[in-house]
Design a protein around this ligand. Sequence first.
Ligand code: NAD
Length: 490
Amino acid sequence: MSEGRVNVAGVDVSTEHYIGGRRVASKDRFLDRSPVDGSALAEVSAGGAAEAEMAVDAARRAFPAWAALGPEGRAPILRRFAEGVLARAADLAAVETIDNGSLLTGNTHRVVPRAAQNISYFAEHALTLGGHTIDSPEVVNHVRYDPAGVAVLVTPWNAPLMLTTWKVGPALAAGNTVVVKPPEWAPLTCSIMADIAEAAGVPAGVLNVVQGIGEDAGAALTQRLDIDRISFTGSTDTARLIGQAAARSITSMSSELGGKSPFIVCADADLPAAAQTVAGQYINAGQVCLAGTRVLVEDSIADQFLGLVREAVSHMTVGDPRDPSTRVGPLIHPEHFARVQGFVDRARAEGVDILWGGDRHNQGELYFQPTLIGGAKLDQEIFQKEVFGPVLTWNTFRSDDEVIEVANGTEYGLAATLFTGSEARAMRIASAVVAGTVWVNCFFIRELAAPFGGSKHSGIGREGGTWSFDFYSDIKNIAVRKGSFSGTGA
Ligand code: NAD
């Protein structure tokens, strides 16, 4: 193994930045530990202002040639990139699991194939964008999706590969060059992704990776004045900081942020299916932005439904995420564990009913019991704030108007889940709930062509399908006076 590379889960991974087509080391390092067993995985290069400058410069230099290729020239390279992701599915899944504790089966069968699609789907979609015209009495408006320039892409630890490719795919397909800032608690699959891009023929400087701590590398990149887009996924508090930087540079920013999503169960729903889906909110230890963490159950079936959920949760194994039978793995980091425990302890001190769980699981230091909290008041912290752990609240409602008001009663608006047997009721509640996505009688099904994003403090903007290109492109209108050219005219 060469210098600057480590063996993680049997996979050779570079610990260095990837800038201008080569690996670049920093003197400063940070230690990346596995949440699965606490083992040290890698001493990773920690970037700052110098690395940010180097990477943005490399991306800027690579931009004209990449943009000039057009969607047709970029598509074959991006297809090879997507195929490369699939070809290394086992490596990526194994490293993601050991690095962030997410379930190996989910990473193998769902996350890695989706990461490849994030690249291939947008490469194909870009081919369909040109040639849109709008007629008007005096002019013909020719609408173009031009590349924007250099995009800085900042991602969180709970789904690094999924979320990095969700940004890299459309940004590159639109003709931008990118600098990725992976999460410091789980940086490794992003480094593998850079190797895959290089092997696929993505030209030097088109995709760059600057690793490091958020306040250093992330801040240095997002505070640069010479960037053209910032796409951020992470917490609402960090978005406020990055937003201030984007305001100074007048840089378009998209944010996909936290949530405290309602999970509404009506009396006329398929209750066994709803109960299984409620139990599913504990998967990946609840470290899922879209999780429906406020369970709101119609009063008349509440006792019966609680029994069904209890039964479903009793079959969920907490343990090593590499074991196929595990449904609930570890929390990411001791700091995060203390945060989750703090939420539960404060709620307990305020007198809520802990219906189950509430403490560390005997599986190990970072494992938390699936937890259900009853009796929380609507203005209590546990009902209002994102915990980002396996902690759900349980409340009942008596009418649709009441559940709509309660569902909308937080600062967040990322998603909502609704189980009901009535289509009319589904559409009435789903229309009134403020959220970027509402799932009806299902959960977590995300079509790449559909819009995705958050309302209120859960985000700014929508991505997916054409919405991604609306963000990653400079949309231009060329308005040509009719009849102003000799020959055929405009
Ligand atoms: P975070 O905001 O702490 O960090 C996210 C990224 O921002 C990391 O790469 C971090 O290094 C970087 N960062 C931190 N401080 C920075 C700064 N000052 N300037 C620039 N970059 C900085 O979030 P997290 O704890 O990694 O992730 C969990 C959060 O992400 C949760 O709130 C979760 O709901 C949210 N999330 C949202 C979505 C979505 O699609 N809406 C998806 C996944 C996670």
